[in-house]
Design a protein around this ligand. Structure first.
Ligand SMILES: NC(=O)c1ccc[n+]([C@@H]2O[C@H](COP(=O)([O-])OP(=O)(O)OC[C@H]3O[C@@H](n4cnc5c(N)ncnc54)[C@H](OP(=O)(O)O)[C@@H]3O)[C@@H](O)[C@H]2O)c1
Length: 377
């Protein structure tokens, strides 16, 4: 296992960090519960293979993840790893709630301290709210008391929000969604570089876009097949991430012991600067090949919103593009079903045209919404 630098913290961690959000599940009395035997096997196989960083959260797996991790870390395993877990930002209503959640997390994890404590899933709305509730004071105090080693946040929003939050507190680490398709999305490459300039280590989530980059569509696979060095799509994705020196750890949520073993193998040979120019060019072509499957050039600016009929227009186009890029268009698509379930279905459209008048991309929204329904409903 390659070890990597955590920037200004002056410590090292394993290149592969185990994401504890995707363990196998089973049904017990009609309820979804973690298949603990297999989850513990996955966690211990990862640690025995050199993983030193585990990422969990209060809310993962119906709030079962932390307890399963806590049990897996008995028998001497706790001492071999650093634990990252998260304050459920959106569940905090008053300052005292933060301590209550934290104490519960220590108990579930069966530990007396958390190494990396993250304010979970910050964005431009949540940051001012949780800040006003005293989260900076709370993190400072936990550090002083030795209850946490590092104060951190995870992030889902755009670059501008990232820059604001990053510059608003003395953060020890940040966790961002990043992969070769998200270079201009979320915090993006600009965010990664900004954190790097400040010496703040960056932990990566969704390096495979939640698994969507693990299986290449035909036009992408053809590019991989034509390249002289043969690697799986998973290996290319992780290799590309580890090429960046600002990246401290790449989280991977795994669902089987085989995936753990595959990732242990991959992260044994990747380090900053490991990719040649030819390999970087290949990934640029892979990105172009994915993007050539985009259905509609919606940028998600939401100038078209709110729709008087409640249609989530950017959401519908995003579901259509995502389905086309990564999973192939198919009826009953989950992204589309989510919109329909929330009452924001494209079928609500009455062709009033208010959206088309507002769209800076001049998309013929009324016609395109019909195509979304045709392809995905
Ligand atoms: N803080 C936040 O807001 C936030 C948000 C998202 C994630 N996270 C954290 O980040 C971690 C990583 O994110 P992620 O789980 O979305 O990571 P990811 O690496 O993008 O996707 C994980 C999925 O990739 C597939 N996979 C992994 N290794 C593979 C292999 N060797 N071969 C084939 N497929 C493989 C599996 O898909 P299949 O199950 O389909 O096989 C797995 O479920 C999470 O587990 C969680 O701890 C945090």
């Amino acid at each position: 296992m390659k070890m990597r630098s955590f920037g200004k913290l002056g410590i090292q961690g394993s290149a592969f960090g185990l994401g504890c959000m995707r363990f196998p599940m089973k049904k017990v009395d009609g309820k979804d519960v973690v298949d603990e035997e297999n989850a513990v096997k996955i966690i211990r196989t990862a640690i025995d293979g050199g993983v030193t960083y585990l990422d969990t959260a209060y809310v993962y797996l119906g709030q079962q993840s932390e307890s399963v991790v806590g049990r897996a870390l008995q028998d001497g395993y706790r001492e071999k790893v650093t634990i990252a877990t998260k304050l459920p930002t959106w569940m905090v209503e008053k300052e005292e709630d933060m301590q209550r959640f934290f104490d519960e997390e220590l108990e579930r994890l069966q530990t007396d301290h958390i190494d990396f404590y993250l304010v979970h899933s910050l964005n431009k709305e949540r940051w001012p709210k949780i800040k006003a509730l005293g989260v900076c004071r709370f993190l400072d105090r936990l550090k002083k008391e030795g209850k946490i080693r590092y104060a951190c946040f995870s992030f889902h929003d755009d670059y501008e929000a990232f820059e604001t939050i990053l510059n608003d507190y003395d953060w020890d680490m940040v966790q961002i969604q990043y992969n070769y398709m998200d270079v201009e999305n979320q915090a993006g490459t600009k965010g990664l570089e900004l954190a790097g300039k400040k010496g703040i280590p960056v932990v990566i989530m969704e390096g495979l876009l939640g698994g969507r980059l693990a299986v290449a569509p035909d036009n992408v696979q053809a590019l991989y097949d034509a390249f002289p060095v043969k690697r799986s799509p998973v290996e290319w994705a992780f290799r590309w991430l580890c090429n960046h020196p600002q990246v401290a750890t790449v989280l991977s949520g795994v669902t089987t012991p085989d995936q753990v073993r595959d990732n242990l193998r991959i992260f044994d040979s990747v380090e900053p600067g490991c990719m040649s120019q030819e390999e970087l060019d290949l990934i640029d072509r892979v990105r172009d090949a994915y993007n050539s499957r985009i259905k509609v050039g919606c940028t998600g600016c939401a100038y078209c919103m709110p729709c008087p009929q409640g249609v989530d227009i950017p959401g519908a186009f995003s579901a259509w593009n995502n389905a086309s890029l990564y999973s192939g268009l198919k009826k009953g698509d989950a992204g589309y079903a989510k919109l329909a379930g929330a009452g924001n279905s494209p079928t609500n459209c009455v062709a009033c045209g208010a959206c088309e008048a507002a769209c800076p991309q001049h998309i013929n929204i009324i016609e395109q919404l019909k195509c979304v329904t045709r392809d995905l409903a």
